[in-house]
Write a protein that binds this ligand. Structure first.
Ligand SMILES: [Zn+2]
Length: 560
């Protein structure tokens, strides 16, 4: 480590010298939204500013960064289209075109671009602090606004954040309340209360519930049982909570008045059965019990799953794996999670992130998955690049791009079709289709989404990996979702998402991306592209990315 540091100093900016002089201290960790970012080379501290290599730094904040050698600029953009432009060795920075300044200039060390962590994230609206004692810089999404409003008997709370937030819901008894936690999120407005008096909710209290890790908490004081649904917006960091009184149920109809809580378990409740009913892309999980249960639901990613914890609940059927034949769920496992206190846990592994609605009655908890079914109205155009007279790029051992991408495209079509999503395949044989015709064919066919599949080529034989291109703002999220999946499963370098002025992206009004699956010009990547299993992995990753996007992207209004 010392040797590496010494080598870096030779080409370093002045802050590097200071950083290594203070160097006996432990390495500095960079923790962004709870993710301990793996750093290619160690971060250093200069003038209180943590300087860290930029690769991988911004993704946990839902942002992406690119370094442009031509003008030595670093461009950082996020989902709400905040754009920062920084330059090497300059403290000037543009924030959405407005000049501001950084306390320390970015610098190039070896092949790594270092950026000032707290300052850069602060310009994205994030909360960032360097904890001297822990030798770690903590960066969180900030919750900037909470807006409750009541409409047609339901309470809708819009929660605005500066980055992605992870939501946990928790229903507690005595008194009845609903707790919604935002993990790794900092609350900008402290300790507010909102009087509601409708939709089963008396008031909402908000607080910074915990630091390390940060948890922002909203407590809904209830006067009757409610159900809640949570949706995340595709093109912003807005989370919408909808709370409404639960439909009349036997134990509520007993007429004990709004404040008489029927949720007073005497001793642990017994969970007697867990079931799943599939309805195409939607599905319902049912949990039967001998009495009302308190529950907590956590969301996890990679793979997407829900953990449903039933508090004070003993699981009677020893351990269960429920067979699932739906297209939205991979598996459901239920078991006694802890004996003391008794917690029953149900883990639902999803094929992608889904919206869900929870409903609780005295003897049953139901979790409805994917209730909006938005994806079914979509028509996905899949464009296998090249074909016919145009073989595309040809690998060192003779593999033709046109053949590989057709096979992958047909696999993507089959996977989407299995979900009940309609697909328009722009060629299904080795046929010539003019490039200029492809976006038009998609548009005339009624497509709502466009995914072009290619294999990459470079004059430099050593270049490999996967990357996804987009051009228009509405395509960024789709590109990011597909590239996220490819990066996780393919086992080759993820080169990230990039903009490019390709015809199929430029002449397209719908969200449109071009996936460069791997480099056919790279001998090992070509070998992978020959492999059926690798092609299937690519197709599954593209399918997952599309499915994630469709789950949150509404079908556009039909043109008149
Ligand atoms: Zn191509």
């Amino acid at each position: 480590m010392k040797l590496v540091a010494a080598a870096l100093v030779a080409v370093a900016a002045s802050w590097m010298l200071a950083g290594s002089a203070a160097g006996q201290a432990a390495e500095v960790r960079v923790v962004v939204n709870g993710v301990d970012v793996p750093l290619a080379v160690p971060a250093v501290v200069f003038n209180g500013q943590v300087m860290a290599p930029m690769s991988g730094l911004f993704e946990p904040m839902g942002a992406i960064a690119a370094y442009y050698e031509t003008d030595r600029s670093i461009v950082v953009t996020n989902r709400v289209r905040t754009t920062l432009v920084l330059w090497l060795n300059e403290t000037a920075v543009l924030v959405n075109g407005q000049p501001q300044s950084l306390p320390v200039a970015p610098a190039l060390l070896g092949s790594e671009v270092f950026v000032p962590v707290q300052a850069t994230f602060a310009l994205l609206g994030a909360w960032a602090r360097f904890d001297e004692a822990e030798r770690a810089v903590f960066v969180n999404s900030q919750i900037t606004g909470i807006t409750p409003q009541v409409a047609s008997g339901a309470l809708q709370v819009s929660v605005d954040a500066t980055g992605p937030v992870q939501v946990e819901t928790n229903v507690l008894s005595n008194p009845d309340r609903l707790v919604v936690d935002f993990i790794n999120a900092t609350l900008r407005t402290q300790g507010r209360q909102y009087a509601v008096g409708e939709a089963g909710v008396d008031r909402i209290r908000t607080a910074q519930f915990q630091v390390k890790p940060f948890i922002s908490r909203m407590v809904f004081d209830l006067n009757q049982p409610v159900e809640i649904s949570i949706t995340s917006a595709p093109t912003s960091y807005l989370v919408t909570l909808q709370v409404r009184p639960r439909g009349a149920a036997p134990w509520q109809a007993a007429g004990n008045g709004p404040n008489a809580s029927p949720l007073t378990p005497a001793g642990p409740v017994k969970v007697t059965a867990v079931g799943f009913q599939s309805d195409g892309q939607a599905g319902r999980i049912t949990v039967d019990s001998t009495g009302p249960m308190e529950y907590k639901i956590r969301e996890f990613a990679f793979p997407d799953r829900l953990a449903i914890d039933m508090q004070n609940a003993v699981f009677i059927p020893v351990k269960r794996e429920i067979s699932v034949d739906g297209t939205s769920v991979v598996s459901i496992r239920a078991a006694q999670f802890t004996a003391r206190p008794p917690v029953t846990r149900i883990v639902v592994t999803l094929k992608r992130k889904l919206n869900y609605v929870v409903n609780r009655s005295a003897g049953q908890l139901t979790v409805d998955l994917n209730t909006n079914m938005a994806a079914r109205g979509h028509l996905v155009a899949i464009d296998p690049g090249h074909g016919g007279q145009d073989p595309g790029a040809i690998g060192p051992s003779g593999l033709r791009e046109a053949d590989v991408v057709l096979d992958i495209a047909m696999r993507v079509r089959d996977l989407l079709a299995r979900d009940g999503i309609r697909v328009l395949l722009l060629r299904d044989s080795d046929a010539t289709v003019d490039l200029e015709d492809r976006p038009r064919l998609a548009r005339e066919g009624g497509a709502t989404l466009y995914v072009s599949i290619h294999a990459n080529a470079s004059p430099r034989a050593a270049v490999n990996g996967t990357e996804t291109f987009y051009l228009t703002p509405q395509s960024l999220v789709l590109a990011q979702m597909i590239q996220d999946e490819l990066g996780v499963v393919l086992g080759i370098p993820s080169r990230g998402i990039k903009t490019a002025n390709f015809v199929v992206l430029r002449d397209n009004e719908m969200p449109a991306v071009l996936v460069e699956t791997a480099f056919i010009s790279h001998a090992d990547d070509e070998l992978r592209l020959r492999d059926q299993a690798f092609r299937q992995h690519v197709a599954e990753a593209v399918h997952h990315g599309i499915a994630r996007f469709l789950a949150i992207y509404p079908v556009p209004q039909q043109a008149p």
